[in-house]
Design a protein around this ligand. Structure first.
Ligand code: CA
Length: 265
């Protein structure tokens, strides 16, 4: 049976006052969420969405991973919506990215919305699995902007899609990922990829241990200025007996006060 074996780190960075990123690393679920919103609402958005997805996966696995992610994204949207309704003044407009990998032991699926990223690292080669839901990525996809120019574009932070609780939002992208034992995966917030390019990321992922790799990636973001919260989850896909589900929450998810109505899922 396939499962993830890895580690994650989340760091507030060198400039921001609080950490609005959430993350999770467990044998069957990996996740990064990057929240946005004033007055502690970003923390609430990312932690509530992360909790909803992880709790849904815990309940539903080993159901097919795409189904698990569909249900998890719906629970995340419901949780954020409820959180906004309870404190409209403070939380209206809060939203979060969500990038998550789930395995049922056979297949691996990716759920993704926003500008956090998922990568697969295989034999030293880095492949991006997710596409940024940003204005500049849209320009690149339409051939209106060179990929190299995207990283320096003044509007590179404009995110076109995220989870904000709107019942009409189109949901998250869901795909089955081509994966086999020995692959290494990285999920990260833009606090890494804004500051550290893919070539440097590929080099740092070569560390033998996922925990060392995650730490090295965080340190690289901090050395480059640490302008934003930064979260990295690094995990190898391994083949072995099923293990008891035990995972580690990261960043805002590590504080239960950030999760709106944890009993709802
Ligand atoms: Ca960010």
């Amino acid at each position: 049976m396939l499962r993830f074996a890895g580690a994650g780190r989340s760091d507030v960075g060198l400039v921001r006052a609080g950490n609005e990123d959430s993350g999770y690393v467990g044998p069957y679920v990996l996740l990064v969420a990057d929240g946005v919103g004033g007055a502690a609402a970003g923390e609430v958005a990312s932690a509530t969405a992360a909790h909803a997805v992880v709790a849904t996966a815990l309940t539903r696995l080993p159901a097919p991973p795409i189904e698990v992610l569909e249900a998890g994204a719906e629970a995340a949207r419901r949780g954020i919506r409820y959180g906004v309704q309870r404190r409209l003044q403070q939380r209206l407009g809060m939203s979060t990215t969500l990038t998550t990998l789930v395995t049922d032991g056979r297949a691996v699926a990716l759920g993704h919305v926003g500008d956090s990223r998922a990568y697969r690292w295989r034999d030293g080669t880095l492949a991006r699995l997710s596409s940024d839901h940003t204005y500049v990525q849209q320009l690149v996809d339409r051939g209106q902007l060179a990929p190299k120019a995207a990283a320096r574009h003044p509007w590179k932070h404009v995110v076109l899609r995220s989870l904000d609780g709107d019942p009409a939002d189109p949901g998250i992208d869901l795909v089955t990922v081509e994966a086999s034992a020995g692959d290494r995966f990285l999920l990260c917030s833009d606090g890494l990829t804004d500051l550290v390019d893919d070539g440097a990321v590929a080099g740092l992922l070569a560390a033998p241990d996922p925990e060392e790799a995650a730490e090295a990636l965080i340190q690289a973001a901090l050395a480059a200025g640490g302008r934003d919260n930064v979260t990295c989850v690094v995990a190898d896909l391994v083949d072995g007996p099923r293990v008891t589900f035990a995972g580690q929450p990261l960043g805002a998810l590590a504080d239960p006060r950030n999760v709106v109505d944890p009993a709802a899922v």
